[in-house]
Design a binder for this molecule. Structure first.
Ligand SMILES: Nc1ncnc2c1ncn2[C@@H]1O[C@H](COP(=O)(O)OP(=O)(O)O)[C@@H](O)[C@H]1O
Ligand SMILES: [Mg+2]
Length: 399
């Protein structure tokens, strides 16, 4: 799966469509699919797309995932029953309601559907036109929260069984909610495994040469790194060609773009960069998209994995361990670490990664973290080696 991510309007849909057209021309059996509620993929491809994959050219199918409405309806029912179930069991009302609301369930369902298609073997590549950055990241972070959530529900069921025993079926006529949760948890787990596997998924950051867009792209890269999603390239879109004409306005624009381009190089030193020219006409329709893709990729294969970066890992380090998370663009003062038992929370801005630590680390304490050469390093030392603590620890990394 190839997923295009970036701020709204930078050209994700256009580049996803262009990539799919080129991939199909090269003989790959290709599916391009949109999870965006705005559904502009059909406009860009100049085709009427539906919920079923539609053949647009040899090897090329396109689809607008349409599970949203359906999931919203069926999830609504599950949600009501779930909060009722939790309340009956004695959970405070507010807590029960809160636990029953799972934001972004629709998007997760859409991704589950896409991943399932990617696995059928019907396609050589599946290209995903993702939603704008914030949405996508929130969505991508869900699988882990979801597992936490599903685990809690299953835990409650366990307690309920012990307390209520054979009376259970009278108190609760329908336990299928729990079955749904368990099944969903398993699917989400499989989805997450596919999304973090660099052999199966790559994320491509799309930006335009504007400073504000660049900042947002850097944040997107940080969040993708935080959740261990493999980024394989950066696409700079709407690049103005050198002009022969001596127009001071155009020249100023070209100069500005060049300066930001240099910043882009510095911001993503390890990622391959592709440049996409700003075309005079809107790149719409198979013909225009094919031409754009040839500019973008030249002789390169658009389906290739362009870069495999280091991923997160934990190594033995002296008497303890060292956790490494590559985060080249992280703003150090926005990072916070908290450990509770065998869970480590890494907070960056509004995003929280819950890392399940290996059992061996649960009795260790995180030391002072730091960023070195774009990698967040968290040492873990044996609790005995430290002054006795209450089991939890919070710290802010130093430099
Ligand atoms: N390289 C390009 N040259 C000219 N117009 C472009 C280019 N890339 C995108 N556009 C236009 O910019 C607008 C936004 O692009 P779109 O792909 O829909 O962005 P996103 O999906 O990121 O919101 C569309 O009208 C599209 O036709
Ligand atoms: Mg779009």
């Amino acid at each position: 799966m190839i997923l295009y991510v970036g701020k709204g309007g930078v050209g994700k849909t256009t580049l996803a469509a262009a990539t799919s057209v080129r991939a199909a021309e090269l003989g790959y059996r290709t599916l391009v699919v949109s999870t965006d509620l705005a559904h502009s993929l059909g406009d860009v491809l100049a085709a009427d797309l539906g919920a079923e994959p539609q053949e647009l050219a040899p090897n090329l199918r396109a689809q607008e995932v349409n599970v949203l409405e359906e999931v919203r309806r069926s999830w609504g029912k599950v949600q009501d029953r779930l909060s009722e179930f939790l309340r009956q069991e004695g959970m405070p009302e507010i807590q029960a309601d809160e636990l029953a609301i799972l934001p972004g369930m629709e998007e997760v369902a859409a991704l589950i559907q896409i991943e399932r298609q990617a696995r059928t073997g019907e396609y050589d590549c599946v290209i995903v036109d993702a939603a704008p950055t914030g949405e996508t990241i929130r969505l991508l972070s869900l699988p882990e929260s979801f597992q936490w959530y599903a685990a809690r529900v299953v835990e409650w069921r366990g307690r309920l069984r012990r307390i209520a025993g054979p009376l259970l079926s009278q108190v609760l006529p329908d336990l299928s909610v729990v079955d749904v949760m368990t099944q969903l948890a398993a699917r989400v787990k499989r989805l997450r495994a596919a999304l973090v596997d660099p052999d199966r998924s790559s994320y491509r950051i799309v930006l335009t040469p504007d400073r504000t867009v660049l900042r947002e792209a850097q944040r997107a890269e940080t969040y993708l790194n935080l959740f261990d999603y493999p980024v394989d390239a950066v696409f700079a879109n709407r690049i103005l060609p050198e002009s022969e004409r001596h127009d001071p306005y155009l020249e100023a624009l070209v100069t500005r773009q060049k300066l930001v381009q240099q910043e882009i190089c510095r911001a993503f030193p390890n990622l391959p960069r592709f440049e996409v020219p700003l075309t005079a006409d809107e790149p719409v329709g198979l013909h225009a998209l094919s031409a754009l893709a040839r500019h973008m990729f030249a002789e390169r294969d658009p389906v290739e994995v362009f870069h495999v970066g280091p991923s997160q890992k934990i190594d033995r380090f002296g008497d303890g361990y060292l956790l490494r998370i590559p985060m080249p663009n992280v703003e150090v003062d926005k990072l916070e670490l908290t450990k509770h038992g065998d869970e480590l929370y890494v907070d960056v801005g509004n995003f929280r990664r819950e890392l399940m630590l290996p059992l061996a680390l649960s009795t260790f304490q995180p030391g002072v973290a730091r960023i070195r050469e774009g990698v967040l390093e968290v040492p873990f030392v044996s609790a005995d080696a430290q002054r006795p603590a209450n089991g939890d620890a919070t710290n802010r990394p130093g430099r």
